[in-house]
Design a protein around this ligand. Structure first.
Ligand SMILES: Cc1ncc(COP(=O)(O)O)c(C=O)c1O
Length: 457
């Protein structure tokens, strides 16, 4: 069916009201006096916010259809709440989706930092020193043994940097044939070709061959398989401390400690992908802190940008020394706007004790889910650390539950047929967490009751 091309039905004054900082619904109210029947010319429509139907039509017509989007057009957010263009309220247990904005929507301090920087300097190439990036690197270096950082725009890019750096280091130390990176089955490291090949899931790789060589996969948490996979060709081990995309499966202490030991014995770097787990998500600043180990290289993205695209690859002095000027680069990496915003986000993390809050609220979330399970016996497993929680439903209803929850004003995600993933913003108030779990309970019960009827059709 060809998409409709209806013009937006919003009046011209609306765009003015919106540029003055009003939300879409406030702007509508301000711009549409009761009884008014606006009839703007075609030109006047040019800078207007389109209707939800128009947005969906344009998207389906002109954007590469790689996302199975949810049937909602969001307009604004505040903390752990979102509102769509029809002013419907949602509790966001996904941090804007995929844990991308862990400090909540429209945090005033973060918004101010971005606005201030936008008026001064948005972009400057990495040929110049950058005060915001330098300060951010200095502040972040205090959180980890990996005190050298390279800034990028995304998690996949951060992992590309980690893979390149590890290979440079291993070749320098052990010879040209030392190139192989061992990663985990069911891991997720991003969509660029290198990160995609590091990702131990054939479903993401199929169709993109030939893939870069030099990756081996071992079952997650299988120490014997890990030991068997490592040889003279091994340049690095690369793991997520908690498999995020696959449904929040934590590494065992035994597994990550074995990985650390193997890397020490062979003088090869241990790479940890903390793109999703880092920055307070699991109740520690870095998830590796739960394991009594330290990495040689660790990557971060998502939360660190305070909502802007930002990624980073951190390395120890020893491993970082493998890179020389010219060995790696990124036009927008650590640009003044992203770095100034990320600095504000870091201040918010500290001022609001969000790492500790993540641990406390994560415990609360787990106990609310366990109470729900005691009442109804709906789950086969509840797991997680801090505000990174995976819940396995006994029935394969995760997608149905996710869509029904959205309808009921709750944003969650599904990772596979049985698994729900809950990644609330670290700023979520307790009362919203409780309201969210209560909506979830109603929705799951409804879906479970309807399931046999669905099967009957
Ligand atoms: C652990 C992990 N690594 C890497 C990535 C890729 O990050 P990005 O989408 O920013 O490239 C993700 C994204 O979900 C992730 O969860």
């Amino acid at each position: 069916m060809s998409p409709t091309r209806t013009l937006p039905t919003t009046p011209p004054a609306l765009s003015v009201a919106i540029t003055e900082g009003l939300t879409l619904s406030e702007a509508r109210a301000a711009a549409e006096p009761a009884g008014a029947s606006p009839s703007p010319s075609r030109d006047e429509y040019a800078d207007m916010p389109p209707s939800a139907e128009q947005v969906i039509a344009w998207d389906q017509q002109n954007i590469l259809q790689t996302y199975a989007r949810l049937p909602v057009v969001m307009e604004r957010g505040e903390g752990a709440l979102l509102w769509d263009v029809n002013d419907k309220r949602y509790i966001d247990l996904e941090s804007g989706g995929r844990a991308g904005n862990a400090l909540g929507h429209a945090h005033p301090k973060i918004a101010q930092a971005l606005a201030d920087q936008a008026r001064k300097l948005l972009y400057l190439s990495n040929d110049f020193y950058n005060p915001h990036a330098a300060k951010l690197a200095h502040e972040l270096a205090a959180t980890t043994n990996c005190t050298r950082v390279f800034f990028q725009n995304s998690g996949a890019e951060a992992n590309e940097c980690a893979i390149k750096l590890a290979r440079k280091y291993a070749k320098r130390e052990h010879g040209a044939s030392c190139v192989e990176i061992v990663t985990a089955v069911n891991s997720f490291h991003g969509r660029t070709l290198g990160a995609l090949t590091a990702t131990g899931q054939p479903k993401y790789q199929e169709g993109y061959e030939p893939l870069p060589g030099g990756f081996t996969y071992v079952p997650f948490n299988d120490v014997a398989a890990l030991e068997a996979a490592v040889g003279l060709q091994t340049a690095a081990l690369m793991f997520e401390p908690i498999l995020g995309e696959s449904g929040c499966y934590p590494a065992t202490k035994e597994f990550l400690q074995a990985a650390r030991r193997i890397c020490d014995e062979r003088d090869i770097p241990l790479l940890l992908d903390e793109v999703q787990t880092g920055y307070g998500r699991t109740g520690k600043f870095w998830a590796y802190e739960h394991y009594g180990i330290e990495p040689d290289v660790v990557t971060l993205a998502k939360a660190m940008g305070g909502g802007l695209p930002m990624g980073a690859c951190f390395a120890t002095e020893a491993v970082a020394s493998a890179f020389a000027p010219g060995d790696h680069g990124c036009t927008f990496g650590g640009n003044p706007a992203s770095a100034a915003t990320a600095l504000a986000a870091l201040e918010v993390m500290r001022e609001e004790s969000l790492v500790e809050e993540s641990a406390r609220k994560g415990d609360r979330l787990l106990s609310l889910l366990e109470e729900m399970d005691r009442r109804h016996g709906l789950f086969s497993e509840i797991r997680g650390e801090g505000l990174m929680v995976g819940v396995d439903l006994k029935e394969p209803l995760a997608r149905e539950v996710m869509l029904a929850a959205l309808d009921a004003g709750l944003v969650i995600s599904a990772s596979g047929p049985h698994t729900l993933r809950l990644l609330p913003a670290l700023v979520i108030p307790d009362a919203l967490l409780e309201e969210a779990v209560s909506i979830l309970e109603t929705v799951i019960l409804q879906q479970v009751q309807q399931a046999p009827q669905k099967g009957a059709h």
